[in-house]
Structures are given as structure tokens and as C-alpha cells.
Design a protein around this ligand. Structure first.
Ligand SMILES: [Zn+2]
Length: 205
């Protein structure tokens, strides 16, 4: 899918389901990729208004402000993001934003979260060596088996915790309904996969 198509698709989702933060978040990211910083700031701010606990949103919004030449605003947003991510025990976005703040010579808030020990029996399997969830950054609770066949299923098994997978199931159902995706068509399947990759932050995995 090219960038214009992605923008159109996420725009459609944001309009069809204006209270769903994922549509605005994904649209904001696509605008950022397209170098449309003001549009990116608008969509990402909307996503965070809808869900202020979306730590990844602060990271991307901070990036958008910075690339728009608004470093002070970027620092403000990333600082808030570090705190939000830390409170939720989301180490990966927290550490990523803390590193950016350090690079910028800005103060980094003190972390409060205590690293959770060992695997959580309720949310998935035992900790695998080197496993870290691509979405929440937790090192425990991978799925017991791949959720479906094929390379994407394997990628999810290797990178996504059971808790985040469960959240995606709920979100994926919404996406299918809101956009009227037909999964038996290649276009519908491709759009669904795109949302899944976006939600689970698998693009770089
Ligand atoms: Zn996770």
C-alpha cells in the first residue's frame, strides 16, 4: 500500500469511527511519513484526547512537533509520554522517549515502575529468551502458539504478548465492522493486516 492509499484508508477509518483513537493515531503517523507535520499534530492530538494513556501516541506526536521545528513542544510531549508509559509499565516506549529526551539534552523524569518479575500465568506462556512484546515491551507472556498460518502469524508469535493480542482481537473486530472489510478479498485482507501491524507495532520487526 502506498502512502496516499494509507492516508486515504486511515482517514476513512477516522471519519467512520471518530471516537476510535487508532484511526486518528494511524492517520497521524501516515501524515508524519508524508512530511505533513501540521496534519500529523492534529490527528495525533485527537488520538491522545480520546485516549491519554496511549503512550506510543506521545512518542509519535513529539516526533511530529520536533520535525515541525517545535522542539520545546516536542520535549513537553515526550516528557509526559515517559511518565504515562512508566506508570503503565510500558518499558519500550518509555525508554525510547527517555533516550530521545537525553539526545536533546532535556531532563528525563525519574522512573517509578518496578520491573515485573517472571511470567504472568494468566496472560500467556512462559518467558522465552529474548522475547519482548513489540507493543507493550514486556518480556513475558508470549502466545502459546501462532494465531494463524503464514509469516505474519509467525511474526506475531515471536513478538506479541498474549495480552496485546487479546486487545487486538477487540480492535480488529471494530476495524472490520467500521470499514466493512471483507477478509475473503485480497484488498480487505491487506487492509486488515495493515491495521494489525500498526496496532501491534510490528512494522520494524
Ligand atoms: Zn504486549
Amino acid at each position: 500500500m502506498d502512502l496516499d492509499q494509507r492516508i486515504q484508508q486511515f482517514k476513512q477509518m477516522a471519519e467512520a469511527d471518530p471516537d476510535n483513537e487508532l484511526g486518528h493515531f494511524s492517520l497521524g503517523k501516515a501524515y508524519l511519513d508524508a512530511g505533513r507535520f501540521d496534519d500529523a499534530v492534529g490527528s495525533l492530538t485527537r488520538a491522545l484526547d480520546l485516549n491519554p494513556s496511549m503512550s506510543k501516541g506521545y512518542q509519535v506526536l513529539g516526533d511530529a512537533f520536533d520535525r515541525a521545528g517545535k522542539r520545546a513542544k516536542a520535549i513537553e510531549v515526550m516528557t509526559k509520554g515517559v511518565t504515562v508509559a512508566d506508570e503503565q509499565g510500558e518499558r519500550m516506549p518509555r525508554d525510547a522517549m527517555a533516550n530521545v529526551l537525553r539526545d536533546w539534552g532535556a531532563p528525563v523524569p525519574t522512573f517509578k515502575a518496578v520491573d515485573r518479575p517472571g511470567p504472568d500465568a494468566d496472560t500467556g506462556g512462559a518467558a522465552a529468551p529474548g522475547f519482548q512484546c513489540s507493543r507493550c515491551g514486556r518480556p513475558d507472556g508470549p502466545l502459546a502458539k501462532r494465531p494463524f498460518k503464514g509469516p505474519l502469524g509467525e511474526k506475531i508469535l515471536a513478538n506479541v504478548c498474549a495480552g496485546c493480542w487479546k486487545e487486538w482481537i477487540g480492535m480488529g473486530t471494530k476495524v472490520i465492522n467500521e470499514l466493512g472489510l471483507v477478509l475473503s478479498s485480497p484488498a480487505g485482507q491487506q487492509a486488515y493486516d495493515q491495521y494489525l501491524i500498526e496496532f501491534l507495532q510490528l512494522e520494524d520487526r
